[in-house]
Design a binder for this molecule. Structure first.
Ligand code: SF4
Length: 230
């Protein structure tokens, strides 16, 4: 595994004081990318993939407005291998994403992002913050979720159309962790139950009648924000 601290950081976009609406944060998860990770779900996505597993994260007005600096302060206390940004659509919150990703680089942590946009679409986006966030990404899982093509072989990928792009040397493409089965993570921490990861379709029925809505990624009660139902 390489380290990003040897690579100069790209110039920053204007992100001072960046804020974002946050759906939830899980401080430690092993179900959203390699190793132990700090995972941030942004609130708001402009896409509408049929069968989206996080429908409550689509509305831009939901979640809790949070400063990126506040999240960075919390992230710095976590002992993790990396930062995972999910959504919602992380690149729709690129200003804040840049602040978080830069903090991860400064900590020697990896940055993994799940986007509903394809890499080509992201590269064509004129927003400098989008380009900066892309430049700070070690691992990108790109493309819309397609419920007719559920992924059953690759880990941390929702549907077969999505690609895993390794942009840096942080992870090798022959890292055995990429080929292990997907993980469904259930945690009970300080009286709060959280479920996240990439369960088989059948597993989602476990919580369909148990909690209010099925989600692809997590039902964790927010640690930094108060998630409100959409
Ligand atoms: S699957 Fe992802 S990209 Fe697609 S609508 Fe849902 S949150 Fe947005």
């Amino acid at each position: 595994m390489g380290t990003m601290t040897t690579t100069p950081l790209p110039p920053t976009a204007t992100t001072t004081g960046a804020t974002a609406r946050i759906a939830q944060i899980v401080r430690e998860t092993e179900a959203e990318g390699p190793g132990r990770r700090y995972a941030v779900w942004f609130q708001g996505c402009p896409l509408r993939c049929p069968g989206c597993c996080n429908p409550e994260f689509l509305k831009f007005g939901g979640g809790t407005e949070t400063t990126a600096a506040e999240i960075v302060a919390d992230f710095r206390k976590a002992e993790v291998e990396g930062l995972s940004l999910l959504g919602g659509e992380p690149f729709a919150h690129a200003d804040a994403g840049v602040v978080l990703a830069r903090a991860a680089w400064e900590q020697g942590c990896s940055v993994m992002i799940y986007s509903g946009y394809t890499l080509a679409e992201l590269r064509a986006n004129p927003d400098p913050a989008v380009q900066e966030l892309l430049g700070l990404t070690d691992v990108l899982v790109d493309g819309p979720y397609e419920r007719e093509q559920p992924e059953t072989k690759r880990r941390w990928v929702g549907s077969r159309n999505q690609q895993v792009h390794l942009f840096t040397e942080f992870y090798a493409d022959d890292d055995p962790r990429w080929t292990l089965p997907n993980t469904l993570e259930i945690r009970l921490h300080d009286g709060e139950l959280s479920i996240n990861g990439f369960p088989a379709r059948a597993a989602s029925s476990l919580w369909k009648g148990w909690r209010r809505k099925p989600t692809r990624a997590s039902l964790a009660l927010p640690l930094v924000s108060d998630r409100s139902p959409s």
